[in-house]
Design a protein around this ligand. Sequence first.
Ligand code: TYM
Length: 343
Amino acid sequence: MTTSNPTMLSGISPSGRLTLGNYLGAIRNWVGAQGQFECFFPLVDLHAITVRQNPETFADRCLDFIAQYIACGIDPTENAIFVQSHVPEHSELAWILNCYAQTGELNRMTQYKDKSRRNVENMNAGLFGYPVLMAADILLYQATHVPVGEDQKQHLELTRDVAGRFNNLYGPVFTIPEPLIPAVGARVMSLQNPTRKMSKSDEVEGNLIVLLDSPDVISRKFKRAVTDSGNEIVQRVDKPGIANLLNIASATMNVSIDSLEERYRGKGYGQLKSDVADAVIALLEPVRQRYEEVRSDKNGLEDILAVGSEKARAKAAKTLTEVHRVLGLIPATSRDRTLDNGY
Ligand code: TYM
């Protein structure tokens, strides 16, 4: 069943607004991978409902995110862009994999521990099982490569462990995926609180650069970014603010951190901030300009999702059928016995 055809899968949960972190950690690398992999890019809406979403605005937010995928340069004619809930195989495989993930290993997930501290009033079982649904997303498509930011590394390790455990019991059903984590930009930090990750559901505006921020707003946010005491522009643990700006500069200007330290020797923080802002604006402005046009064509977006989910379902159903078979689940027999039921 397992294939070694280069297959890429990566998802984003539609909460909050897409940020520079999502772009540098994930989306930019999806764009660069097109043509080299068979690509699946689900918007993982079932992951987002682990925290309460407003049903009045949720569907619109999902379409906003899809339009941003396309505005960033994902070609929907070549790659499957779809919504997770349109492919019910994700939920079914997640249930099955729940029976192969250990509660002990889920308890060790740092994102779960962090989320449980922040969601005391709604500690639902979905938050606990979240990494298993993510494993299902990946394994359904026999993905060989999964481009993600640093924060998802532990979830990828869990996916590999669960897939390996299943394969050991039943034979090579799942491809074991490799994470693709960029050398720079894999962990963009909050601008006001650089010891914390830039998070798309953060409500403090100054903490994040939103993909659709105007150039003025981007400049202002970088100008106000927290820096550190002293005046040296170096990447050091005791200088998280400057280290974050250097990391963003390196990822957006395609220059190594070493060369940047050299370039900014003897220069002030203000210069670095204004250069980083310019580099980020140059990267994001074409996205913002393209976005309005893409987003205004709602029917076009829905057609893209219909085509994407059809392509996704074809592959997902194949994997799930194989999972049923190896588990010994009773085959669903068509009443029309002339139809091949796939077993
Ligand atoms: P999510 O929606 O939080 O983030 C989407 C992607 O953006 C990356 N990312 C960052 N990279 C750098 N710096 C940051 N500050 C930053 N913040 C986020 C994330 O690493 C991710 O790649 N569980 C996943 C979604 C998911 C998924 C999947 C990903 C569900 N199924 C299957 C890959 C494959 C999540 O919550 O990502």
